[in-house]
Design a protein around this ligand. Structure first.
Ligand code: BGP
Length: 466
């Protein structure tokens, strides 16, 4: 559908921006913080670790002041589990609580709504050493941790996200530094425990905080068939079931997706279920679906005797399952300098698909473009490519909203430059430049980019400039 007139954004629309603790905070071993899986990684060659990151832990007030200047109505950040519970369970680190209290208070001072992710890729190392999500006891650990968060911050935080990109941890855990499983059966067992832990925490949230809302935060991608061959369409549906619906059906419909279940059964990698597990799933209900959107995926049929294929750029990433699907390039789409396809219309498509399938309000918790931003001779960052990216994606979101989709807010990745999951500091996403290099920390000064002023205008006028 083409529209002559798009619906206006609601007055209370949550224009925000996103970060995650380990990618932005630094201070990896300060003020009692325990180690996390991310602290223990050996980064890829020529790539920085997460120890200093953007030094947000020490510059939090300055950063929040800039967020306020940009006009943010919301800020989506994560809490580092190992800052609150250095050993993952047991003794609370008061200094960790104090830091997030200061951050939340500072945000509210400027009327910025905190949107809090409880777990974003940085599992406490002591829990990871025990096998991480493979141990069923971690469900209790996650619940205890959540309870501490609700008790300490629930009077001020109204939007909660359970687990960031659970699906990506399952599908690409080795790239994200989150993998603790030894084989695929273990991976899906961990997934099962995460689903149960999420359901328990959503239930707890509703019990403890009457006016708070909570939801999952997977990475969701519309899946296109490579051609109009029915076999390609079937492969696209297979991949959508394994990549998207497995996670959201379990959380929202509170059932295992049948196509995904049949795949796990065939491969002999089904999770072991205990009596009562389905009741646990049924007892947790999300209030909204938060999701991260970067690109669409295109898929063709694959024959059972094809060999497994790997991504050209991310060599550790598997992109096919013989007999099930094969991810292929989409020649209609341009790419970012880091080879990610750019698909704003796909954003509208997936917003509509999600709303149609689940009938819950949607909250965008990530969307953005990684670029090699560099200061020009006047000390400025002219990131027109990023502005164009946002302009197109926000227009498509507005079209989806005109199509009838309920969207609560838009929180692009990222508020400020930070360390990418596996491509270091050179891959920048922020509205605010951080003056450091991959290894040379320089002065870490904050410099608003051109996109900062563009987004500021958009938020002020509550419409896309131009
Ligand atoms: C999402 C993660 C973020 C983030 C972003 C960009 O998967 O939730 O943590 O980093 O993607 O990805 P990358 O850093 O790999 O470019």
């Amino acid at each position: 559908m083409y529209y002559k007139k798009l619906k206006d954004f609601p007055k209370d629309f949550l224009w925000g921006a996103s970060t995650s603790a380990y990618q932005v905070e630094g201070a990896w071993n300060e003020d009692g913080k325990g180690l996390s899986t991310q602290d223990m990684l050996t980064p890829p060659e020529n790539t920085t670790d997460f120890k200093v990151a953007s030094d947000h832990y020490h510059r939090m007030k300055e950063d929040v002041q800039l967020f306020a200047e940009m006009g943010l109505k919301a800020y989506r950040f994560s809490i580092a589990w190992s800052r609150i519970l250095p050993e993952g369970r047991g003794k609370i680190n008061q200094k960790g609580i104090d830091f997030y209290n200061r951050l939340i208070d500072e945000l509210l001072k400027y009327n910025i709504q905190p949107i809090v992710t409880m777990f974003h890729f940085d599992l406490p190392w002591s829990l990871a050493k025990e096998g991480g999500w493979i141990n069923r006891s971690i469900i209790e650990d996650f619940k205890d941790y959540a309870k501490i968060l609700f008790e300490n911050f629930g009077d001020r935080v109204k939007y909660w996200l359970t687990i960031n990109e659970q699906n990506m941890m399952v599908l690409a855990g080795n790239l994200l530094g989150t993998k603790t499983s030894k084989n695929l059966q273990e991976t899906y067992q961990q997934n099962h425990h995460m689903l149960l832990a999420q359901a328990e925490v959503m239930r707890l949230c509703h019990e403890m905080l009457l006016d708070a809302q909570i939801g999952p935060a997977p990475n969701i991608s519309p899946v296109y068939p490579a051609t109009n061959k029915p076999e390609d369409m079937l492969a696209a549906e297979n991949w959508a079931a394994l990549r998207n619906w497995l996670y959201l059906d379990a959380c929202v419909k509170r059932i295992y997706n049948p196509t995904a279940w049949a795949f796990l059964e065939e491969k002999k990698i089904l999770p072991n279920m205990k009596k009562g597990d389905l009741h646990i799933l049924k007892a947790g209900k999300p209030d909204f679906i938060a999701f991260n959107y970067y690109n669409s995926t295109t898929v063709s049929a694959s024959l059972p005797d094809d060999s497994v294929k790997y991504d050209k750029y991310d060599k550790k990433k598997m992109i096919s399952e013989p007999g099930v699907y094969e991810v292929v390039e989409n020649s209609n789409l341009p790419k970012t300098p880091f080879n990610w396809e750019i698909d704003p219309v796909g954003f509208r498509i997936i917003l509509r698909q999600l709303y149609d399938r689940y009938h819950l309000p949607l909250l965008i918790t990530e969307n953005g473009i990684g670029l090699y931003d560099e200061l020009d001779e006047d000390g400025k960052i002219n990131d027109d490519i990023r502005i164009d990216f946002y302009q197109q994606h926000i227009m498509e979101m507005q079209k989806a909203m005109t199509d009838g989709v309920e969207v609560l807010g838009y929180n692009p990745w990222s508020a400020i430059d930070l360390v990418s999951t596996h491509e270091g500091f050179r891959k920048r996403y922020g509205f605010i430049y951080v003056n450091r290099k991959e290894f040379d920390l320089l002065d870490m000064n904050r410099i608003p980019k051109k996109s900062f002023y563009w987004y500021q205008k958009l938020i002020r006028e509550n419409k896309v400039p131009g």
